[in-house]
Design a protein around this ligand. Structure first.
Ligand SMILES: *Cc1c(COP(=O)(O)O)cnc(C)c1O
Length: 305
């Protein structure tokens, strides 16, 4: 586990022209199977699971989920049984994410999309507790209080002053955690990878309510809503082209579901003068690279040569 994750200065003619300084917080380098922000979100959940002497971990995810594989690997390493509730039907042969999860000992249970939607309902969770002999249950994507607090640690590892910090958003847990650690002059920017990303504001407020944090006194969060490329797991050629050229220029790989959209959005914001001259900006590379192989198999082309 590569903690604290490295932080790297990124140079480019564009940043020079716009007079912004840019660093990348390389959470993608934390681990190959345990995707960066999924490690952050699992860390305190794992502690709680151990402290409570639970015999197993149960969680939810789609067939390509970074969180499912991360949970499987953490369970494997800590000798805790893992159960994955997977959205939809089983498709054989298994994609690389689910195949590896099984190799790490995870027990997979497929559920209909209708049942999957109940994943946060008390009654359904109660039923799962009974069915699987009282597992420690983590919500989809690791989106709970422990997950948010784990993401707060990302900022605490950065030992210089900056003005902006950016992350991609699925549930908003990572963004909520980053924002919790900021000083008054600092700002967190979220790039939702889903359509209709305004809902992230509600999710963040919800987390802060659970934490008894007064949301209104915290730094305001900004959401850049125009970089979802059609919605979750949707992509366009323009995104693929960007990811390839970004890789060529920086040797940093991004994934098509999350971080490709994040860096595309970030570069576009720089071009559009979102950041005042002299700004110091940190972009969190949240990981997700395990998903590349599954994406390539599914769409039958290679992202990177
Ligand atoms: C899950 C995931 C996200 C989304 O994080 P949230 O905390 O759910 O907003 C972003 N990037 C990567 C690589 C992820 O795996």
């Amino acid at each position: 586990m590569n903690i604290p994750s490295p932080i790297q200065k990124l140079d480019s003619p564009l940043f020079k022209e716009k007079e912004v300084e840019v660093w990348i917080k390389r959470d993608d380098l934390i681990h190959t199977e345990i995707s960066g922000n999924k490690w952050r979100k699992l860390k305190y959940n794992l502690e709680k699971c151990k402290a409570g002497n639970y015999k197993s971990l149960l969680t939810f995810g789609g067939a390509y989920s970074n969180h499912i594989l991360a949970t499987a690997k953490i369970g494997f390493d800590h000798n805790i049984k893992t159960i994955g509730i997977i959205r939809g039907e089983e498709h054989l042969p298994l994609n690389p994410t689910l195949q590896q999860s099984i190799e790490f000992g995870m027990e997979l249970h497929y559920t209909s999309r209708t049942d999957y939607r109940k994943k946060a309902e008390q009654q359904y969770l109660f039923q799962l507790k009974k069915q699987f002999n009282n597992p420690y249950i983590i919500p989809e994507g690791g989106g709970n209080i422990e997950g948010v607090l784990g993401c707060k640690d990302i900022v605490e590892e950065i030992n210089f002053d900056f003005d902006y910090i950016l992350t991609d958003c699925g549930t908003g847990a990572t963004l909520a955690g980053l924002n919790l650690a900021l000083k008054p002059h600092q700002k967190a920017i979220g790039i939702p990878v889903l359509k209709g990303g305004e809902f992230i504001n509600k999710e963040v407020s919800h987390f802060y309510k659970l934490l008894n944090t007064d949301y209104s006194t915290l730094n305001k969060i900004d959401l850049a809503l125009d970089y979802h490329f059609g919605g979750y797991a949707k992509h366009k050629q323009e995104l693929i082209d960007f990811m390839r050229s970004f890789y060529k220029q920086t040797t940093i790989k991004t994934d098509p579901i999350y971080t490709g959209k994040l860096f595309f959005g970030f570069m576009d914001l720089v071009k559009k003068d979102y950041f005042p001259r002299g700004s110091k900006v940190v972009v969190v590379h949240t990981g997700g690279l395990q998903g590349i192989e599954g994406f390539e198999k599914r769409y039958k082309f290679k992202l990177y040569q």
